[in-house]
Design a protein around this ligand. Structure first.
Ligand SMILES: [Zn+2]
Length: 285
């Protein structure tokens, strides 16, 4: 069962909540989405996330809302808007990838939570087993089918990401979808029945055709593209010559610390792994 009204030991300022408060009179933070765009205030002072007593103040037709919990005593909600809604005056819808690159890590963590709760709510309105309308499970972040009893909890997809070292160089690769000149680390989803370490070795082999050894855990990060838990590793080059697969990876090279290309944003675990490498090389980050 999801704990409610209990302090989170990692982010003590945020308390997860499931049941919305009754008789609320103070302003709450509203994480509002249209597809995967988030509604932000144009004037970011004192923050980009809209703070309102009620979502109805915007005069726009919300599809549905979910209560998230409390941030330092302020209630937080996620809201889904219809695809054709326009931003109210003084606000704009921003693509989530663009928005996260401009956010603090603390704000990103909440947006991440909000968008995943919103998408779980949107995509589990009906039972995928029998088609009946699902019901919210009281006191849990879950839905239940009243016909067949199937349960639907937010789905999290484990993915691995790895920094591969060869002497004083690291492997960086480019996906065709990346912004111009940007390179990052090899990453991919864990397959059913596979360990995270096996996924690292397989993804590296499939995408750039090299072998790795000494696969070592680094850390994890929740990542909302689309609902991943990124599991970070370091590894060492073992064998083979780089051969990009030409689909997921269009180019991959060994880079030394003083000739790095454009890198992912500071919040990402990819960048944290690269910054860790730079520190090991004795460079300021
Ligand atoms: Zn069902």
């Amino acid at each position: 069962m999801t704990p409610t009204n209990r302090e989170n030991p990692i982010h003590p300022k945020f308390i997860v909540g499931i049941e919305p408060p009754a008789g609320r009179t103070e302003k709450a933070l509203w994480f509002i989405f249209r597809g995967r765009d988030i509604l932000l205030k144009v004037n970011k002072n004192p923050g980009a996330i809209p703070k309102l007593q009620d979502i109805g103040e915007l005069g726009l037709p919300a599809v549905r809302e979910q209560y998230l919990g409390m941030l330092e005593g302020t209630h937080c909600f996620s809201v889904e808007f219809p695809a054709d809604v326009r931003a109210p005056e003084g606000m704009k819808f921003v693509d989530l990838r663009q928005a996260y690159s401009e956010m603090s890590e603390g704000c990103f963590e909440l947006v991440n939570k909000a968008v995943q709760v919103m998408e779980w709510d949107r995509t589990n309105q009906f039972c995928s087993r029998c088609g009946a309308k699902t019901l919210q499970k009281p006191g849990e972040r879950g839905k239940e089918c009243p016909e067949c009893g199937e349960l639907f909890y937010p789905r999290i997809s484990p993915a691995v990401i790895v920094l591969i070292r060869k002497g004083s160089k690291i492997l960086l690769a480019r996906s065709p979808n990346f912004p111009p000149d940007m390179y990052s680390l090899i990453a991919g989803f864990v397959e059913p029945g596979e360990t995270a370490e096996e996924a690292v070795a397989r993804e590296v082999w499939e995408e750039v055709c090299i072998g790795v050894k000494n696969i070592t855990y680094f850390g994890t990060q929740a990542w909302p593209f689309p609902n991943s838990l990124m599991i970070g590793f370091t590894a060492e080059y073992d064998s083979g010559d780089i051969r990009p697969d030409g689909f997921e990876i269009e180019d991959a090279k060994w880079f030394s610390a003083d000739e790095l290309p454009v890198l992912p944003g500071k919040i990402s675990i990819s960048r944290k792994l690269i910054d860790h490498f730079l520190k090991e090389e004795g460079l300021e980050v």
